[in-house]
Design a protein around this ligand. Structure first.
Ligand code: SF4
Length: 374
């Protein structure tokens, strides 16, 4: 079974921190949908599988699509693949798009998991991020989704916001416990290059939080999740029992996936390609039945490093037998020495079968991953 990702590259407003690929110009949306369907046709042989286990509409903002456009995309997918009857079909949404009729449309189209970009339950924090929804819409979107029939809902929250106190972060999490959602993704606000936030930081209009505040808020998040029945299964992802994201878990376990849409990546274990991150060029090329892509054949060290990077972010960590198969014996010896050093500094733990981060290690996982690279 394989995974399909569809990138919907439109947003109605620019969030100040965002460095994803999207455009605010929705005039090309109809042409884009036609191009996306053409890409599905041209790429469908990439997956050695005719059955899809997970489908993920990400962005950008997939909830800018109309029900007719979504239906057309599904009809195209069904021309080339069987969608497993138990497939997980996730759709990312902005809260202000989720009125009750739209939620009902999404549900009737077969979407069975909503990912709602809430980020905060406070208007001043949403305003600071330049999000387009309000705190009221954030809560209402979850109620509407539930009323429409959705029983698998994940929400995104952000911590480490400028001026955000620990008390405020606690209040955000307390709102979650009132909503009966099944999954939670929590990300620290990071200042990415070439964003409006980076400009504000450069001009000293915004002062990022200190590492101490990030750590304090992250530690509280871990504690809160333990108390409220959310299992941590990746650095930033928490779920009620049995409600892990299957799509993301497939990524992290190195399974093949096809990504369509501008900037989307595809991977089959040894080969990766990615589409142009330019909407008009994407549309124009596909109108000529062609693809505008770059690709790379993963080298031996890329394959090892990719495996370390994706698995060490998960709670299970690195499977020792698997990494031993991937590496040469010299590489594996040197890897184990490095692991021992990181175990002594209490950043890693090792069981009979796996090597995984301690909670202290999760906070510096990027550094650990770099140290273990081949
Ligand atoms: S809605 Fe998402 S993709 Fe669009 S600008 Fe905001 S964070 Fe970026």
């Amino acid at each position: 079974m394989s995974s399909l990702y569809l990138h919907i590259p439109y947003c109605k407003k620019l969030c100040y921190y965002c460095d994803f690929h999207f455009s605010l110009n929705l005039k090309t949306k109809a042409d884009f949908v036609a191009a996306l369907c053409k890409e599905l046709e041209l790429q469908h042989n990439f997956l050695n599988d005719t059955a899809l286990d997970t489908i993920y509409f990400g962005g950008g903002t997939p909830s800018v699509l109309s029900p007719d456009e979504i239906q057309y995309i599904f009809a195209t997918i069904r021309r080339f693949w069987n969608i497993s009857p138990t497939a997980e079909i996730t759709f990312e949404c902005n809260p202000d798009d989720l009125n009750l009729p739209f939620c009902k449309e999404l549900y009737s189209l077969g979407i069975n998991r909503l990912s709602i970009g809430i980020q905060s339950f406070f208007d001043d924090e949403l305003h600071m991020l330049n999000r387009r929804h309000t705190a009221y819409e954030a809560q209402q979107s979850v109620h509407n989704a539930q009323q429409a029939g959705f029983s698998n809902i994940t929400i995104d929250l952000m911590y480490g916001l400028p001026h955000q106190t620990l008390e405020r972060w606690k209040q955000n999490l307390d709102r979650v416990s009132q909503l009966n959602v099944q999954h939670l993704s929590c990300y620290a606000l990071t200042v990415e290059k070439n964003t409006a936030l980076a400009q504000s930081v450069k001009r000293k209009q915004v002062i990022p939080q200190s590492d101490d505040v990030y750590i304090q808020q992250y530690n509280y998040l871990i504690q809160w999740c333990e108390q409220h029945g959310f299992e941590q299964y990746e650095i930033s992802n928490f779920a009620k029992r049995g409600m892990y994201s299957r799509h993301n878990s497939n990524y992290w376990s190195g399974k093949s996936y096809l990504g369509v849409g501008p900037s989307a990546h595809s991977f089959n274990g040894t080969y990766r390609f990615w589409n142009t991150a330019h909407n008009q060029k994407y549309i124009d090329t596909l109108q000529n039945n062609q693809l505008l892509q770059e690709s790379e054949q993963l080298s031996h060290s890329n394959i090892c490093n990719e495996y370390i990077m994706t698995t060490l972010r998960t709670i299970q960590g690195i499977e020792i037998q698997r990494v031993q198969q991937l590496m040469t014996s010299e590489e594996f010896d040197s890897f184990l020495k490095q692991v021992q050093t990181l175990i002594q500094s209490e950043k890693l733990c090792m069981s009979a079968s796996h090597i995984y981060c301690t909670s202290q290690g999760f906070m510096v996982s990027d550094m650990i991953i770099a140290e273990l690279f081949v």
